[in-house]
Design a protein around this ligand. Structure first.
Ligand code: C2E
Ligand code: CA
Ligand code: CA
Ligand code: CA
Length: 278
């Protein structure tokens, strides 16, 4: 049993080293992936519920890894956050957007909203304001409406949040609360913060059409947002039935596979030349 014990110790040591190595690697790999241009952007259309014409696109990151293939953002964003790499990664994303902006301008109408996901640590980083200023300066003047998508989890400190939101508005940037309904104390924010859009999490949208009665939470959220005059976006709309229900219940914008999957710039250009797609 002594032998067994020391073997276990050795094994767990090896396991520990392995975990450390694999944990450390993604961090270094993210930086080299930036240098090697392995990240790209896809754009998911967000349409007006009333007539399905495009109102915006959500910018989503993709990593094409030479060995692992396509790595979904859920797998590397949290790594980047944990390794203090979310700021360089997001700044790289800003550069990619700026690079594609002239081509985007040709296929998207003026005023199109560019929804960009911002991680909480970036919001609180020293460089945040300068990074946002750089982004705005790199885009065609007065063409796109920048909308930062923040989750409820990001609003840790109320005073700080109010200050940042006021500053963003003074720079002409709008704010959307992402994944609404999945966080805590969500309702408090609606009254206290000046928000522009509320993106209702797809968990609530899923339920439409699958249950005899729709979610009472969704009903409450919609009643409340109308009272507060908030503009709503439904995420993860996958069926016509859901789209119709949402439109009839006063939701302003729709996003989801029923309208369009996220598209590369080339696919967005194709879709523009073949308008029946949305
Ligand atoms: P999110 O902000 O909630 O983005 C929406 C996600 O839902 C996207 O997944 C999109 O592809 C997916 N989606 C859209 N319509 C449908 C639908 O009808 N059905 C289903 N099942 N899914 C749909 P994606 O691109 O894999 O991104 C996952 C998450 O990763 C995003 O969730 C966001 O939190 C994060 N993310 C993506 N890009 C970035 C980025 O540039 N920066 C940061 N900080 N986070 C990002
Ligand atoms: Ca989002
Ligand atoms: Ca979301
Ligand atoms: Ca999400």
């Amino acid at each position: 049993s002594l032998l067994l014990g020391s073997m276990c110790g050795l094994l767990s040591g090896i396991l520990c080293l392995y975990v450390m190595a694999t944990r450390l690697r993604p961090g270094r790999e993210i930086l080299s992936a930036i240098k090697r241009d392995q990240f790209h952007i896809v754009y998911q259309p967000v349409v007006h519920a009333s007539d399905l014409h495009i109102g915006g696109v959500e910018v989503l990151m993709r990593w094409t890894h030479p060995v692992a293939g396509n790595i979904p953002p859920d797998a590397f964003i949290s790594f980047a956050e944990g390794q203090n790499l979310i700021v360089p990664l997001t700044c790289h994303l800003f550069e990619l957007i700026a690079k594609e902006a002239p081509a985007l301008q040709k296929v998207l109408p003026p005023g199109t909203k560019l929804g960009i996901n911002i991680s909480p640590s970036h919001l609180h980083a020293e460089s945040f304001r300068q990074d946002i200023r750089n982004l705005i300066a790199s885009l065609p003047e007065n063409y796109f409406q920048v909308v930062l998508e923040l989750t409820e989890r990001d609003m840790l400190n109320e005073k700080q949040a109010v200050k940042v939101f006021d500053w963003l508005h003074s720079e002409g940037v709008e704010i959307a609360i992402d994944d609404f309904g999945t966080g805590h104390s969500a309702l408090i924010y609606l009254e206290r913060f000046t928000l522009d859009y509320l993106k209702i999490d797809r968990g609530f949208i899923n339920a439409i059409g699958t249950e005899t009665v729709t979610s009472p939470v969704l009903d409450t959220v919609l009643t409340l947002t109308h009272r507060l005059n908030l503009v709503t976006v439904a995420e993860g709309v996958e069926t016509q039935e859901q789209a119709t229900w949402l439109r009839d219940h006063g939701v302003d914008f729709l996003q989801g596979y029923w309208i369009s999957k996220p598209l590369t710039l080339a696919q967005l250009i194709d879709a523009h030349n073949e308008p029946a797609k949305y």
